[in-house]
Design a protein around this ligand. Structure first.
Ligand code: FAD
Length: 292
């Protein structure tokens, strides 16, 4: 299966993120959606992994499904926060078996109920430890992505130390970065500049969330530490009770945001598709009709 590193070298990429649903009915619906997303011919699709436990095997099933049924490169997210070294080694065996060759290596957030659990010596503390472990195991037979935070990770002291930790992830063997969502492109361009200044030259793919629900957006951003810009409040606040108006404005906002990012040098766009075909289908169509 295609290594994303090669795809990223060749062109600007358009990709989607999906997540494993909690129920069998949700899973069946996702498989249908995946068929529709694959018909849009994305460069890759990634599937999240629940650091909190639950339906983790589903991530690997979904990734395998995308690449074997549709021939579209896919990427498994993998978090190390609540796994021992032996468990991660077993998961990597499974990746080998399922021919999963693209991995987004993450620390994850500890599940609430496990916050008091002590870590075994030798287990992974940061995502850079996981990156190094995966790279040592697979060498150049896999592509490894890592998470980046244009507005700085919530636990980081400041933007410069956050950038240095990102550099650690690249030094440990990561090939590219996918960012947390953001709505003000200045955050992305400043972040990339900060990274380039300290010698990080890996592709930094912006992660974009098309706005479809203003209230849900505010809740989500509060949890993940992304800010909601004044422009977003002003545009979407008055539409809070108008789902159709929000969808239309969210589509237009995302198209404008992505065009500016691509024109400014972004190597592609990773869409947080939220297991839906719409509006990413319209956004993608508009972007493909633009020239950059
Ligand atoms: P790390 O890189 O380990 O960083 C965690 C914190 O430690 C940061 O503050 C960092 O600056 C700091 N740090 C890093 N290295 C060091 C060091 N050497 N010394 C001191 N401090 C250090 N979560 C999931 O559970 N499942 C998913 O599928 C998932 N997918 C994601 C996809 C993307 C694109 C993004 C942006 C996030 C995703 N997350 C996911 C959320 C992510 O797991 C959390 O944001 C988590 O808190 C940080 O993960 P990380 O891999 O960036 O951690």
């Amino acid at each position: 299966m295609t290594l994303l590193t090669r795809v990223l070298e060749a062109k600007k990429t358009f990709s989607f993120e999906v997540f494993p649903p909690k129920t069998p009915e949700g899973h069946a619906r996702l498989l249908e959606t995946i068929g529709k997303l694959c018909a849009l011919k994305p460069d890759f699709i990634s599937c999240t992994y629940g650091a909190g436990g639950g339906n983790r095997d589903r991530t690997f099933e979904i990734v395998e499904h995308i690449q074997t049924v549709y021939g579209i490169p896919s990427m498994a997210h993998l978090t190390c926060v609540s796994h021992s070294r032996a468990e991660i080694a077993a998961i990597l065996e499974e990746f080998e078996r399922r021919k999963i060759r693209n991995i987004l290596a993450l620390r994850g957030d500890p599940p609430q109920e496990a916050s008091g659990v002590s870590r075994e010596p030798g287990d992974f503390r940061y995502s850079s430890d996981l990156v190094a472990f995966i790279r040592a195991r697979f060498q150049d037979r896999v592509s490894i992505g890592v998470a980046g935070f244009p507005e700085t990770h919530v636990l980081s002291k400041d933007a410069d130390s956050d950038a240095r930790f990102l550099k650690e992830k690249i030094r440990a063997g990561a090939d590219f970065v996918i960012t947390q969502l953001f709505f003000d492109n200045r955050h992305y361009f400043d972040y990339v500049e900060r990274l380039r200044k300290i010698g990080v030259h890996a592709p930094v793919i912006p992660g974009i969330l098309p706005i479809t629900d203003y209230a849900a957006l505010k809740r989500f951003c509060e949890r993940c530490g992304a800010s909601v810009s004044r422009e977003v409040h002003d545009l979407f606040g008055p539409l809070a009770d108008d789902p159709a108006g929000t969808l239309e404005a969210g589509t237009a906002f995302a198209i404008k945001q992505c065009r500016e990012l691509l024109k400014g040098g972004a190597p592609g766009i990773h869409f947080y598709a939220l297991n839906k075909t719409h509006p990413v289908d319209d956004i993608l169509k508009a972007l493909r009709n633009s020239s950059f």
